[in-house]
Design a protein around this ligand. Structure first.
Ligand SMILES: NC(=O)c1ccc[n+]([C@@H]2O[C@H](COP(=O)([O-])OP(=O)(O)OC[C@H]3O[C@@H](n4cnc5c(N)ncnc54)[C@H](OP(=O)(O)O)[C@@H]3O)[C@@H](O)[C@H]2O)c1
Length: 287
């Protein structure tokens, strides 16, 4: 197996018989796996549900004629045995691209003191710890081969937005992803490895609860098409053009105005959530 080759000029990533490691086969993760398999990379898919992994792997193999490997892992419950298993399973593969896509968010906008302890643990274990551990597993091989890309999926919640009121822990984990990516990129570019924080704003997935893609909330496939074209370039990216334009506008607006907008928008989302709960409770009572 050979490693990946990052083609600078066109910004396209090409690989022959190398491995993309994609966390989560659905939503953005699945679209990433499809996008890179289309370019000839073999893929390792990691998420919790073996049956879903099998379906995704079968579809990818049939459509793109690449090899796949699946590993069922719950990153919220990963312990030292999990990391050792992943290290052993990935050791024989020349991983060229690691996509640290796995991430969870709040179920709804909420004040910090009202969120569950379990949610805080999940946010830290899944959004931060999985990124750390997976990166440490693949980095030595990339360094030895003098090529590779670590693609961390961040969020506009910490890249475009200057604050994340009522999503404080989520925004904090994604700010970690940004600083981690910037620092790692400086450490490892000299060894032929680039590191990125690719930050989406809304994308139409289960997490965003947006079913139909729109101009500002693209389908995972459209977001990923832009994201793949940005691998090998700048560290912090808002690869989808509409999101990039939003970033430009937000950065040039006064900070106090943006913060006030974010607070009110998220308070409105919280209010809507509780109104919906009230409606559902009233409906159940009436039955
Ligand atoms: N969608 C957006 O609008 C948006 C915006 C900004 C940033 N992002 C970021 O983009 C990334 C991908 O988001 P998405 O919208 O594609 O998410 P998503 O639709 O919620 O993706 C769900 C996938 O993640 C897997 N998964 C969930 N918890 C897991 C765990 N504990 N261990 C292993 N796998 C797990 C699920 O598979 P199983 O259920 O089979 O495990 C499922 O396939 C995240 O990092 C997110 O923070 C998304």
């Amino acid at each position: 197996m050979t490693g990946v080759w990052l083609q600078g000029l066109a910004g396209l990533l090409r690989a022959r018989a190398s491995w993309l490691l994609g966390l989560k086969p659905y939503g953005i993760g699945r679209a990433y796996a499809d996008g890179l398999a289309k370019k000839g990379l073999n893929v390792v898919l990691i998420s919790r549900t073996q049956s879903k992994l099998d379906t995704a792997a079968g579809e990818i193999e049939a459509k793109y004629k690449v090899k796949t490997k699946t590993l069922a892992v719950d990153f919220g419950k990963a312990d030292s045995a999990t990391w050792s298993m992943l290290k052993a399973e990935l050791a024989p593969l020349a991983v060229g691209v690691l996509v640290n896509n796995v991430g969870v968010s709040y179920p709804h906008a909420e004040y910090y003191e009202a969120i569950d302890d379990q949610l805080i643990d999940d946010l830290i274990n899944i959004n931060i710890q999985a990124t750390n551990k997976m990166t440490r597993i693949v980095l030595p091989g990339m360094k030895q081969r003098k090529k590779g890309a670590i693609v961390n999926i961040g969020s506009a919640a910490a890249t475009v937005a200057p604050s994340g009121p009522l999503y404080a822990v989520y925004a904090g984990t994604k700010a970690y992803v940004d600083m981690f990516s910037k620092s790692l990129d400086l450490e490892y570019r000299q060894f032929g490895i680039s590191c990125h924080n690719q930050a989406p704003a809304y994308v139409a997935t289960k997490m965003s609860k947006i079913r139909k893609p729109t101009m500002d909330a693209p389908s995972p496939a459209n977001w990923v098409k832009a994201a793949i074209a940005h691998i090998g370039y700048e560290v912090t990216q808002c690869p989808f053009p509409y999101h990039g334009a939003m970033w430009g506008i937000v950065s040039s607006a006064p900070l106090s105005v943006v913060n006030l907008y974010l607070l009110h928008f998220h308070l409105l989302l919280r209010k809507k959530y509780y109104k919906k709960l009230e409606r559902e409770a009233a409906k159940t009572k009436g039955q």
